[in-house]
Design a binder for this molecule. Structure first.
Ligand SMILES: Cc1cc2nc3c(=O)[nH]c(=O)nc-3n(C[C@H](O)[C@H](O)[C@H](O)COP(=O)(O)O)c2cc1C
Length: 162
């Protein structure tokens, strides 16, 4: 199985989860970042990012390398912002939606609180699919080992390998 793990991460939780998934699946990591970094401190951190997520904005991305032809499975990993996918992920999917329609799509979300299946459904819908083949939401995976994140991620990987 040829796998890409496309991720955006502001503060390291999603990149941490993406790396674990890439190791387990033997996939290639594809980081994406907005041209203009989101504020990562203070009130503006939640205000600016949350506003763009709620408004469905698609901020321009720094150049990235994604050749859809190379992959069967595309894992899309995003932080949850205001119960939604982070805007750079929305940009990536919008830019690649034609190619993603024909791929296996799986979603990794990271959040502080959990309970955001709609964000995963949004990612699948933007990619032209009814639902992701597999989906997992991890709670602060970098800092909170007590959240059973490893077990949840293992179940996600197993679902994709079966
Ligand atoms: C703008 C913004 C909005 C957020 N909204 C939510 C939210 O609605 N629900 C939640 O559980 N966590 C929310 N969070 C927390 C992040 O989802 C969580 O810390 C995530 O793991 C961060 O991933 P990262 O470290 O890869 O950037 C928000 C964080 C930011 C910066």
């Amino acid at each position: 199985m040829r796998t890409a793990i496309v991720f955006y991460s502001m503060s390291g939780n999603t990149s941490y989860a993406a790396e674990l998934a890439a190791n387990a699946l033997g996939g290639e990591l594809i980081p994406i970042d907005p041209q203009k970094a989101y504020p990562d401190k203070g009130f503006r951190r939640f205000f600016v990012g949350g506003r763009d997520a709620v408004m469905g904005r698609t901020p321009p991305l720094l150049p990235y390398s994604f050749d859809a032809e190379k992959y069967d499975l595309v894992v899309i990993a995003s932080p949850v912002w205001a119960s939604r996918p982070a805007p750079p992920i929305r940009t990536f999917i919008t830019e690649n939606c034609e190619a993603l329609k024909n791929k296996r799509i799986a979603v990794i979300l990271t959040s502080m609180g959990g309970g955001n299946p709609k964000a995963a459904a949004t990612i699948a819908a933007l990619a032209g699919q009814a639902k992701p083949e597999a989906y997992v939401e991890l709670i602060s995976p970098k800092d909170r080992p007590e959240e059973r994140n490893e077990a949840k991620l293992k179940a996600f990987i197993d679902a994709l390998n079966n």
